[in-house]
Design a protein around this ligand. Structure first.
Ligand SMILES: [Fe+2]
Length: 469
């Protein structure tokens, strides 16, 4: 029997309640709320023959990129594969995609989901997974264009259209089309104020444009809409970036202490990533984080040899070297060195070309071998997208390179690199402070004074704006 969901997509099943319950779980997933996998587990406990239930569970777990969930993902996939004969052609497309993912062929998996979307452009699960995978894999153009290829099938009459707009907004932002990205994201949020992903896409626009005051207001004025979502820690991290750019360290620590270090010994990977990225940035800016690495290092300890995703490994590395757990840092390096000699295509390339050089650079930086850190990072700075994540997340690589250049006295290189940053984001006090250091080091005292004054003026201006707001 064929069932049809609210977007007109066919599912295999014999009871419309299955569609409603799966839709409810998917709604939670799209909103980054609740426990979508738990909801589907309940359905599957009653109806183990529900193909899309197993597909949904396995597909969602692909995005976790953690060894500890690997067995659950594989089990769900195997249960879906066992139902192959019952599955329709679209469901088989999902099963093939997840199989490719489990086998390490991440790009092949995304192409398979793309094939599903060619025939079923209203398949919101396929679109969501392909889009989030594009983010994980750093496929910037397809973060925009894969969504664009299904827009012909969507308009405001289609339930869930706001989520499509949110995905598109993020892709437009990563491709530098900030005006259209902001328009699409704000439109999505107007349609559904609790669309955390669209809120996040606009937050990225504001980050990239250096509109820190606007960013603090954008997230702060709608905190109630996202603060209880599963995306909250990442949005808190984004808010902390605005404050960090403005040198407002008390506000940064307030966010870190209250929102980026949950009590669980090992919990949300995204919280752990953001926490590491934030503390590392504070280190780069010379701010004392006062023992905050210790608790975070406990959480990362189990992942020292994961090598499932290079993006995770570089954050593990930041944490271990910063907490002086050099044995664990060495295990990350050794595991990655072994890993890049294996044949797991997608993540091996990420690790070899960006992840491992960055891990070595982090180790060198921590050992105060700043020359080595520069030599490792400078050649890879133009291909960092391969690490996955967003421009905002990968900016930590560029910041590490610049700080290393400053600390080893390569002031002319630092001056050039920071000149690029101030051109792209002239409203950033941190950029002007770095430029002042680079210019001073290069012997240009007058321009250094001007850059320092610019930083102070921008801080003063933002403080005044915040006081008015
Ligand atoms: Fe983000």
């Amino acid at each position: 029997m064929a069932l049809v969901d609210r977007c007109g997509v066919a599912l295999t099943g014999d009871c419309s309640t299955l569609v409603d319950r799966l839709q409810a779980a998917h709604d939670e997933l799209l909103h980054y709320r609740g426990d979508p996998v738990g909801m589907v587990d309940e359905i599957l406990a009653e109806r183990p023959d529900f193909v899309m239930g197993w597909v949904f569970k396995a597909a969602v777990l692909t995005q976790a990129m953690e060894t500890r969930i690997y067995d659950d993902m594989v089990h769900a996939l195997q249960r879906a594969e066992a139902l192959w004969d019952k599955a329709n052609e679209r469901e088989r497309g999902h099963i093939l995609a997840i199989r490719k993912w489990v086998d390490g062929d991440f790009y092949g998996a995304v192409e398979q989901w793309d094939a599903v979307l060619v025939d079923h452009p209203r398949d919101l699960l396929a679109l969501q997974l392909a889009h989030l995978s594009d983010v994980l894999l750093g496929d910037t153009l397809n973060q925009r264009d894969r969504v664009a290829r299904v827009l012909h099938a969507w308009d405001e009459s289609a339930p869930g259209y706001n989520f499509v707009l949110g995905f598109h907004s993020f892709g437009l932002e990563e491709c530098g089309d900030y005006a259209r990205a902001e328009e699409a994201g704000r439109r999505a949020v107007a349609m559904d104020p609790q669309d955390s992903y669209a809120i996040h896409a606009v937050a990225h626009v504001l980050e990239m444009m250096g509109r820190q005051g606007g960013g603090v207001w954008w997230l702060g004025s709608r905190t109630a809409d996202w603060a209880h979502s599963n995306f909250a820690n990442h949005l808190w991290w984004h808010k902390s970036l605005y404050h960090l750019d403005l040198c407002q360290y008390d506000a940064v620590f307030e966010i870190f202490d209250n929102h980026l270090q949950s009590d669980a010994k090992s919990g949300d990977k995204y919280e752990e990533l953001d926490a590491a990225a934030l503390l590392w940035r504070l280190n780069l800016y010379g701010v004392d984080v006062q023992g905050r690495w210790d608790r975070l290092a406990d959480k990362w300890e189990h992942a020292a040899e994961d090598t499932l995703y290079a993006f995770n490994d570089v954050h593990a590395m930041m944490t271990f070297v910063s907490d002086n757990r050099l044995d664990l840092a060495q295990r990350v390096l050794d595991a990655n060195e072994r890993y890049v000699r294996s044949e797991d295509e997608a993540n091996v390339a990420m690790t070899r070309e960006v992840g491992l050089p960055f891990c070595h650079a982090i180790a060198a930086f921590a050992a105060k071998d700043y020359e080595k850190a520069v030599d490792l990072l400078h050649p890879i700075r133009h291909r960092t997208a391969k690490l996955g994540g967003s421009h905002a997340q990968r900016d930590v690589i560029h910041l590490t390179l610049i700080e290393a250049a400053l600390r080893c006295g390569r002031y002319k290189l630092a001056r050039a690199l920071v000149s690029e940053r101030t051109e792209l984001k002239p409203t950033s006090p941190q950029n002007w402070l770095m430029q002042a250091r680079a210019l001073r080091g290069a012997g240009d005292a007058a321009r250094a004074e001007a850059a320092q004054a610019q930083a102070v003026a921008l801080q003063t201006l933002r403080l005044a704006e915040q006081a008015v707001a």
